[in-house]
Design a protein around this ligand. Structure first.
Ligand SMILES: Cc1cc2nc3c(=O)[nH]c(=O)nc-3n(C[C@H](O)[C@H](O)[C@H](O)COP(=O)(O)OP(=O)(O)OC[C@H]3O[C@@H](n4cnc5c(N)ncnc54)[C@H](O)[C@@H]3O)c2cc1C
Ligand code: SF4
Length: 329
């Protein structure tokens, strides 16, 4: 592996200033994604060879969480996933989130992998991760997945690039209407997570709104509401230690047995976490039963545009949507 310079940031301001000063500097959290990227020397016309790693773990207060009934949950971006999946306040008040925090990878990876790193991890397309393929996402002029192997690629919203969003935690946080706190050279801002991810139509070389010198510092989850039922399901090829073929997170606000409001998000199916708005519209004001869940899932997946090898994902997505509606509790 080639050598890179290491810089231990002392504060968020210090990290931002270092990134702003050095165009070839890159934020480092647990390193479980980034170090593999560097080791494999994944570069392209618009994917630089990073030379300086700016460690965010050395920033005091960047890791940890706090919960209150009034404010809900605040999670520092550098908090390891393993801390969150077992946190008493999360397990008791947001069981669906705890399930999502426990979903990625293996216990070892969740011990080093942080929530910020999970949300900001790069996609897993095998062409992107192959040093020999200069595809659109690295600034090249071709998408190898269109004519190549695409069984794990997008069935929805693909255009130019057909990656799927890899994060297991993002759909669950989105279903809870979480917000992201961002710091940059012009100070801090808080944005809904629903505005955080960008697809290939906006910029094929990026996956989030973050500029080079901006960082995610915190995730904010609203306080739990009465009458809310949630569910989270992940389908994988292997029993453990695998990225999602499809996962679904549902948040349903039920009043008098009828759906008053809902947020349903999927990942593994589209370049960004995918909001199932047709499902939400179909179930609004209705009592959920088997027939309605099936109708909602089928109508949503009419939008699917599978590639040559991934039509099987459409049926899995329908099945998981149905379960996420019928088994929410
Ligand atoms: C074998 C394997 C299996 C996996 N399986 C799954 C899975 O099933 N589901 C799943 O969801 N994930 C999976 N992952 C991904 C894993 O969850 C991520 O690697 C991990 O969460 C990344 O966290 P990290 O702290 O190590 O991030 P790093 O590797 O340090 O960083 C990841 C990326 O995010 C950026 N970044 C990190 N923190 C911030 C921040 N605060 N602000 C802005 N940018 C930031 C970095 O610059 C880098 O580009 C798997 C990974 C491996 C290696
Ligand atoms: S799907 Fe995206 S990342 Fe994969 S080869 Fe095509 S352009 Fe590259």
């Amino acid at each position: 592996m080639r050598s890179v310079k290491y810089y231990a940031a002392t504060s968020w301001g210090d990290a931002v200033a270092t990134l702003a000063k050095y165009p070839l500097a890159k934020p480092l959290a647990g390193g479980s994604d980034l170090l593999g990227w560097i080791k494999d020397d994944l570069v392209g016309p618009k994917e630089p060879r990073w030379e300086i790693l700016v460690d965010l773990r050395t920033i005091e207060g960047a890791s940890g969480y706090r919960y209150s009934q009034g404010d809900g949950l605040r999670i520092g971006a550098l908090t390891p996933l393993s801390t969150l999946e077992t946190a008493k306040e999360i397990v008791e008040n947001y069981p669906m989130l705890a399930k999502a925090f426990a979903a990625p990878a293996s216990p070892n990876i969740r011990n080093v992998g942080t929530l910020g790193g999970n949300i900001n991890q790069r996609p897993r397309c095998w062409y992107l991760r192959g040093p020999e393929f200069s595809c659109y996402k690295k600034g090249g002029d071709f998408c190898f997945a269109v004519t190549g192997m695409n069984q794990y690629h997008a069935i929805l919203d693909g255009e130019l690039c057909y990656i799927v969003h890899p994060s297991d935690t993002a759909p669950a946080l989105l279903a809870f209407d979480a917000k992201a706190k961002i710091v940059g050279p012009r100070g801090e801002k808080t944005v809904p997570l629903s505005e955080y991810f960008i697809g290939p139509r906006v910029d094929v070389t990026r996956e989030t709104i973050l500029a080079h010198d901006e960082l995610m510092t915190e995730i904010q989850v609203p306080a739990p509401q009465p009458g809310v039922k949630t569910a989270y399901f992940k389908a994988t090829n292997r029993e453990t230690y695998d990225f999602a073929i499809v996962n679904v997170a549902s948040w349903l606000k039920i009043k008098d047995n009828l759906v008053e409001d809902s947020r349903i998000y999927l990942s593994g199916v589209a370049p960004t976490p995918y909001r199932a708005t047709i499902v939400e519209q179909t179930i609004k004001g209705k009592r959920i039963d088997e027939a309605l869940a099936r109708q909602a899932a089928d109508q949503q997946m009419v939008r699917a545009r599978p590639m040559s090898d991934n039509a099987y994902k459409v049926d899995i997505a329908k099945a998981l949507i149905r379960r996420a509606l019928l088994e929410a509790n």
